[in-house]
Design a protein around this ligand. Structure first.
Ligand code: CMX
Ligand code: CO
Length: 146
């Protein structure tokens, strides 16, 4: 069951400048930063609020680290902006399998590593009314990972 908006992914060209905008304009704080080599991004997670399922909602600011990464390709076509939304679930395997059975393309055969040790997969935007959609199961103790 999908129980929260886990994050909104925002593609940017300059992570430091974009972090500065979100921290100085709104007062949000950086909760975590990492490089995800497999996804080809450097990212910052800004925690917005905790959620009733025991998780939290974040903004995920994403800067490409390679020209051939999905985010670099998207930026070249669209410019900076909202790249994807992510729903949180306690069981990404079960939920992605159930969604696949409904005819939506799930991009990975097995969930991959996301922020803070989470397990993630993506649904094809063309099957989701134009929205690239991520499903996330947090690590058992995300605080230990950040
Ligand atoms: N949102 C909405 N539509 C999108 C999109 C996005 N983020 N990215 C691509 N599309 C659309 C394109 O506009 C294009 O539509 P048209 O054919 O109408 O022009 C179509 O999907 C195909 O796009 P493309 O530019 O040819 O890109 P690819 O097919 O090579 O890749 C996708 C698209 C979704 C398969 C790829 O971006 C992907 O695998 N994404 C999942 C991984 C990812 O995004 N990682 C970065 C974030 C990591 C994280 O969150 O931790
Ligand atoms: Co994401």
């Amino acid at each position: 069951m999908l129980t929260r908006i886990d994050h909104i992914g925002i593609a940017c060209r300059d992570l430091d400048a974009t972090v500065a905008f979100y921290t100085t304009t709104y007062g949000f704080e950086v909760f975590h930063t990492e490089v995800n080599e497999e996804q080809g991004v450097r990212e910052a997670m800004l925690k917005i609020n905790e959620t009733s399922d025991g998780g939290a909602s974040y903004l995920q600011l994403l800067e490409p680290i390679r020209e051939d990464s999905t985010v670099a390709k998207w930026l070249a076509k669209n410019g900076e902006g909202v790249h994807h939304i992510a729903f949180g679930t306690a069981d990404v395997d079960a939920d992605s399998a159930a969604i696949k059975d409904k005819g939506v393309r799930v991009l990975y055969d097995e969930p991959r590593r996301g922020s803070m040790g989470s397990r993630i997969t993506f649904l094809h935007p063309k099957d989701c009314h134009g929205v690239l959609t991520e499903l996330v199961t947090s690590a058992a103790d995300p605080d230990a990972e950040h």
